[in-house]
Design a protein around this ligand. Structure first.
Ligand code: NOJ
Length: 549
């Protein structure tokens, strides 16, 4: 039996970890929901989700209780990387809709009080973007320097060992002009040269184009990649690389990512958003250790509002490790910097697959009760899991390039499961990726009125969070972390909630720091159960307890 809270623990936590940020923006209380548009809802009958489909489902999102949607790229694209290869930054890909439809979506979302965030992909364009077509047409083309060109190494090979993050080298030989260009992802995604002032001016104007239409902010793709070493030094080898890891991790990407000059660019992007007032949100996609991640808040918090914190995605799922992650992150935040948390996204194995469906309920409670803005990945709220993709249906270029190793991202991108009907209500025709075989059981319609479903749990957690200062902007204090149990307090004024999570499958029992009342359990219906000083938890159970004064 694990025992709880010593006074010393509480004092230490109170001294070291309670941070209270100035609260002034919608996104500090709000919850973000990521839509992968190809897979959300097909309204056009071609097996691919679209803007019309998102519009149809806005009422669902309001009912669910989220505050903002982030839509993965919807711009014209050859789709070599499913929209992360953009050939026109100022339009909508016809597969998804039109600009007029986008404006309609924005208006309909705003009418319902939902904010809309777009995906901004500034690190690279498509190789079909007019800038790149010009840049590769000759060495002296005025657009040449908008991309990263280098002569071969003395042996005729690539200029250095920078990798492509989808396997293989990052340099592509251009026969016509006799130089290599750099691509951090596919060769169809040439990297822009962010040291070039034209690139900056053009891309900031792209931000203004969408801000003028009324979007509420951006999630910026691979923001830590934007600036590369100006001496093009080789990356050191990664001494910890093993066979199970993706090939690009053979080197430590210290010269082609996270360069000091990148912070100037992030600050400039933030400046563009601020031309539109203080309400537009800048989120940066960043996979870095905590100490380097928090640098993206910028000098005097002039950088990203929310550098995405993916540390729960990579966490070992046990109480001590999670406690360390949370505390390390809380302690590293700059004064006034607002935290955020993510459980899943379109690049990573879904949470219900990582920890199992039972434990995913505990994870939902964690995500929605930690201090900081949560981002929910579409489908996690109905307990979607990764779907096995037969080789002949593989779409993801990463899987095609490095097959059979489990790096592919199709499994977590399968169509949203709306009902038990044909194609899970996603499309009237064969969808671009297979529907999960368990869609008849796990879908919005089936879960909607079932109080024991994942969907009901998410909805309840979102509602509780929305009503509570303590759960949104209150302080965070670890109360207990040993064995399988993690417990923490969220507090604001007189409002105090204790969250107790059993991360294991065996029952557990702990001592409480005082009397309380269960408001919500992830397992049984225990609402209103009164507690004195002990709490018994079932395996994989999390509870939210309102503490008595
Ligand atoms: C990160 C995105 O999340 C991922 O899906 C994409 O493949 C790469 N950036 C390249 O844009």
């Amino acid at each position: 039996m694990d025992d709880i809270v010593s006074k010393a623990d509480l004092t230490r936590a109170a001294q070291g970890l309670q941070k209270q940020a100035r609260v002034e923006s919608w996104w500090q209380r709000g919850v973000i929901y990521q839509i992968y548009p190809r897979s959300f809802q097909d309204s056009g009958g071609d097996g691919i989700g679209d803007l019309g489909g998102i519009i149809e489902r806005l009422d669902y999102l309001v009912w669910l209780g989220v505050d903002a949607i982030w839509i993965s790229p919807i711009f014209p694209s050859p789709m070599a990387d499913f929209g992360y290869d953009i050939s026109d930054y100022r339009n909508i890909d016809p597969r998804f809709g039109t600009l007029a439809e986008f404006d309609h979506l924005l208006a309909e979302a705003h009418r319902r009080g939902l904010r809309v965030l777009l995906d901004f992909v500034p690190n690279h364009t498509s190789d079909q973007h007019p800038w790149f077509l010009e840049a590769r047409s000759s060495r002296d083309n005025p657009k040449r320097d908008m991309y990263i060109w280098r002569d071969p190494a003395p042996d005729g090979g690539p200029p250095n060992n920078w990798p492509s993050n989808f396997g293989g080298g990052g340099w592509q030989w251009d026969e016509a002009t006799g130089q290599y260009y750099y691509h951090a992802f596919l060769k169809e995604q040439p990297d822009l040269n962010w040291r070039n002032p034209t690139v900056r001016r053009e891309m900031y104007d792209v931000l203004r184009f969408w801000l003028d239409r009324g979007v509420d902010g951006f999630r910026v793709d691979v923001i830590w990649h934007l600036i590369k070493d100006d001496e093009f030094r080789d990356n050191p080898l990664n001494p910890d690389w093993t066979d199970g890891m993706p090939p690009h991790q053979k080197v430590l990407q210290i010269y082609n990512t996270d360069r000091p000059e990148v912070h100037e660019v992030v600050e400039e992007m933030r400046g563009v958003l601020e031309e539109y007032g203080s309400d537009r949100l800048l989120i940066g996609e960043i996979y870095l250790p905590v100490a380097r991640l928090v640098a993206y808040y910028g000098r005097d918090l002039r950088g990203a509002h929310l550098p995405f914190n993916f540390h729960l995605i990579e966490a070992q799922w046990n109480a001590r490790h999670l406690q360390r992650q949370i505390e390390e992150y809380e302690a590293a935040l700059p004064e006034g910097g607002w935290p955020n948390w993510v459980l899943s996204n379109h690049d990573k194995t879904r949470i219900a697959t990582r920890v199992g469906r039972e434990q995913a309920r505990v994870a939902a409670m964690l995500l929605l009760t930690l201090r900081g803005t949560p981002t929910i990945y579409y489908g996690d709220e109905i307990a979607m899991t990764d779907v096995d993709i037969p080789p002949e249906r593989v779409q993801d270029p990463f899987e095609r390039r490095v097959p059979g190793r489990g790096f592919g991202r199709d499994p977590q991108r399968t169509p949203m499961q709306w009902s038990g009907e044909f194609n899970a209500g996603f499309s009237t025709t064969s969808p671009w990726l297979p529907i999960s075989p368990d869609a008849a059981r796990f879908n919005v319609e089936a879960e909607r009125d079932d109080p024991a479903s994942m969907l009901s749990l998410y909805r309840r957690l979102l509602a509780l969070r929305g009503e509570s200062d303590a759960l949104t902007i209150g302080s965070y204090t670890t109360v207990h972390a040993s064995g399988d149990v993690l417990a923490y307090m969220r507090e604001m004024g007189d409002e105090r909630y204790l969250i107790v999570l059993n991360l294991g499958a065996a029952p557990a029992e702990i001592t409480l720091p005082g009397p309380g009342r269960i408001v919500l359990s992830t397992k049984a219906d225990r609402a209103d159960e009164r507690l004195r000083d002990r709490l018994r938890l079932g395996g994989n159970e999390g509870v939210l307890i309102e503490m008595m004064a």
